[in-house]
Unconditional design. Structure first.
Length: 445
């Protein structure tokens, strides 16, 4: 029972929040006249001493004390004597842990937002640098149409902006303080819950004591946002893994985020990117773990909820590391722009431009234009050339309505320049979106 019951090995991470919450609680008790000002001052001094000890030496693990709350209270009793027993007036470990954990998750949300903003800033900087750099765009990992590298990077900017908004939404929803809900029914003491909520940085106290002590939506909101973010980071990591492989050769990863092989001296392994990709599965697993823990719990608190913290703590560590790794990877990788361009020029990436030209210039229905373009692609394959390597005679043999003007549409430069619709890959549009992205981030030009 001692081993299954103790949570101090993992909930000791909450010591700062626990002491901060206790200081706010005892200050409120004193102002309400529930404990004397003298006793409150003695307790507060003791709590500050404990904070200094834990900061210096770490939190001791006595499994007989079960958790961080009893660990702090036991040490407070050693320091100030029986007066320490007044601290727990008008509260329970149920509202205490709900408050501590909510405060910790609040900080984790803010940390995630800061980490996302570092990746966003790196993406914007590299997108601006490569607004006109041509690379192949893919569907099904097959060459589709040429795009600009800046446009490609800004796609991840949009994903991560949504992630930032999810963490911000989670912060807004969790901005209520459970302290004062006691075990489940509230308390008969005349508390000022607005005072403790304000002291702990919350907008207001929770409205329902049953919900307050048993709610873990704030943790699930965090894990859901972290899961979605980890999926986007994994996709970005996968791009860098593919691009860094020798057949692609689009990017050279920074030495600080790569490793060598124990046997093959030529290897430059994208280990950091692979670990980001792997971490996504663990983060999603953490979210699933807490969802299953919470799915069938009746009101109010049940001991199952002690298992709410490990998955959140694990996911937070993983998402923070992943964000830091990807910020460095985006900022410091070197792009081989010439190789990207050569790849875009191969694979008949401008085939759609030929079809579009036939629609615009020869007034041919798109389905017919698509068929004509297919014939041109087949001929180019047979001759081993790109579409713009075909002669005008070759093209006219396929369809007489094609004339010399078509070559103005068949280069990769013409292709990306033509994609100037809002949200398109044209360099001018990418530069506009970079400027808009800077404004959204509050970055100065």
């Amino acid at each position: 029972m001692r081993e299954i019951n103790a949570s101090i090995p993992f909930d000791k991470i909450l010591w700062r929040e626990d002491i901060e919450g206790s200081r706010a609680h005892v200050a409120m008790l004193a102002r309400q006249g529930i404990v004397s000002a003298e006793d409150a001052g003695t307790i507060d001094q003791g709590l500050q001493q404990i904070a200094a000890e834990y900061e210096r030496d770490g939190v001791p693990e006595d499994w007989d004390l079960e958790d961080i709350h009893m660990t702090v209270e036991a040490r407070l009793t050693e320091i100030v004597g029986p007066v320490a027993g007044r601290l727990h007036t008008a509260r329970s470990r149920n509202d205490q842990v709900a408050t501590d954990f909510r405060m910790w998750v609040r900080t984790a949300n803010r940390r995630a937002i800061a980490g996302i903003e570092a990746v966003l800033a790196a993406l914007v900087a590299r997108a601006e640098e490569h607004a006109g750099t041509i690379m192949p765009g893919f569907t099904h990992l097959q060459t589709a149409q040429p795009v600009t590298l800046g446009h490609h990077l800004l796609a991840y900017f949009e994903m991560l902006m949504r992630d930032r908004s999810r963490f911000a939404d989670a912060l807004a929803r969790m901005d209520e303080c459970p302290l004062g809900s006691a075990a489940l029914a509230g308390t008969g003491f005349d508390l000022d819950r607005d005072m403790t909520a304000e002291a702990l940085g919350f907008a207001q106290p929770t409205r329902n004591s049953l919900d307050a002590v048993s709610d873990r939506d704030f943790a699930l909101d965090y894990l859901t946002a972290a899961s979605q973010c980890s999926l986007h980071l994994s996709r970005l990591a996968e791009e860098f893994i593919i691009w860094a492989s020798q057949p692609f050769g689009f990017v050279k990863l920074p030495d600080t985020l790569s490793t060598g092989s124990s046997i093959m001296p030529q290897k430059r392994n994208p280990d950091a990117a692979e670990l980001v990709r792997g971490h996504a599965g663990r983060v999603i697993g953490c979210a699933t773990s807490l969802m299953i823990t919470m799915k069938g719990l009746p009101l109010a608190y049940s001991k199952d909820m002690q298992d709410d913290k490990p998955p959140v703590f694990e996911a937070a560590g993983l998402i923070d590391l992943s964000l830091a790794a990807m910020a460095g990877m985006v900022a410091d990788s070197g792009f081989d722009t010439a190789r990207m361009r050569r790849a875009a020029e191969a694979g008949h990436a401008t085939a759609t431009d030929l079809a579009d030209w036939l629609v615009r210039q020869a007034d041919i229905p798109f389905r017919e234009a698509h068929h004509i373009t297919g014939a041109a692609v087949k001929l180019a394959d047979e001759q081993g050339v790109a579409l713009d390597g075909l002669s005008i005679g070759d093209l006219k043999a396929i369809d007489e309505r094609i004339d010399e003007r078509v070559f103005d549409a068949l280069s990769v430069d013409a292709s990306v320049a033509a994609r100037a619709s809002y949200g398109g890959t044209a360099p001018q549009r990418v530069r506009q979106q970079v400027a808009a992205a800077k404004q959204r981030l509050g970055m100065e030009d």
